[in-house]
Design a protein around this ligand. Structure first.
Ligand code: PAF
Length: 278
């Protein structure tokens, strides 16, 4: 496994593999890796000749007052995990390497970035798409893998790839959960014992919704109302509970196959997201 901090160095190695017609797979991460990340890396490993993983806590996707400075980091542990997954190249640039002085160019996927998480985190997706496009330009992957937990992020990235004619295939990997159903996330480490226990209501409410739909309830209002009640009763402070079309992310009144039910909820100061596809 080779480690790269500098853009020109990783680009040089990538160019060599490109000349050899190797298939380059890419999994971008912000580090503090858990089984969710590792499952994406395993998907990519099967398809790639050369597997690149990036670790970069991207400042432009955090809003003022969000958790950029306290976002968990553990490079040594991450590198150990990546080595075990047979990753070929790790790119872990410093902030200055990615955002040099005078940086002022952003790429934005307009409407899709304004709904759901975009309402309470207005510049978040602009930061994500900008850094992902930069990483794509640096790594030049044939494909990249993103997690379905960040469903909106994956939809936005697919849109960007299509709109900007990037020659990159985007795959998504399933949500990986703790034994009690909580979706794996680096942010779970912020939760105290009570919050951690309460947070299991997210998956419980999503499972309840899917079950209700399977039993014939198709009125999204009814489902959302009941989910909100369940979540509030478990101490969650709701940012949103929505039922949306899985491609347009537009709200739907009537649930059907392909409807995405998604939640963003605070437990204490920690904002968690989760979703289920009908
Ligand atoms: O999903 C993440 O961890 C980040 O948003 C990403 C895609 C690595 C961009 O910083």
């Amino acid at each position: 496994m080779r480690l790269y901090k500098k853009i020109n160095q990783i680009k040089k190695s990538i160019q060599k593999y490109k000349r050899e017609r190797k298939i380059i797979g890419f999994v971008p991460t912000m580090g503090y890796l858990h089984k969710g990340h590792l499952s994406l890396i395993k998907i990519a490993r099967k398809k790639a000749d050369i597997l690149v993983v990036s670790i970069f806590v991207n400042p432009t996707q955090f809003g003022p007052g969000e958790d950029f400075s306290r976002y968990p980091r553990n490079m040594e542990r991450d590198l150990g995990l990546l080595e075990k997954e047979d990753v070929d190249m790790v790119f872990y640039p410093a902030i200055k390497e990615m955002y040099s002085e005078g940086f002022e160019t952003f790429v934005e996927v307009k409407e899709l970035s304004r709904v759901m998480c975009g309402k309470s985190r207005p510049d978040h997706f602009r930061g994500v798409t900008t850094v992902v496009l930069k990483l794509f330009n640096i790594v030049e992957p044939d494909f990249a893998v993103f997690g379905k937990k960040d469903f909106q992020q994956a939809v936005i990235i697919k849109r960007m790839v299509k709109d900007l004619n990037l020659p990159i295939r985007i795959f998504t990997g399933p949500i990986i959960r703790e034994p009690d159903g909580l979706a794996m996330s680096s942010r779970n480490t912020y939760l105290n014992q009570t919050e951690r226990k309460n947070a299991t209501v997210l998956f419980k409410s999503l499972k309840w919704a899917k079950n209700a739909y399977n039993n014939g309830v198709i009125d999204s209002k009814k489902i959302i109302q009941k989910m909100k009640k369940m979540i509030k009763n478990s101490g969650g402070q709701i940012d949103y509970v929505v039922a949306v079309d899985k491609n347009s992310l537009k709200p739907v009144r009537t649930l059907k196959k392909g409807t995405l039910i998604a939640v963003a909820v605070y437990f204490g100061k920690t904002r968690l997201i989760d979703n289920i596809l009908l």
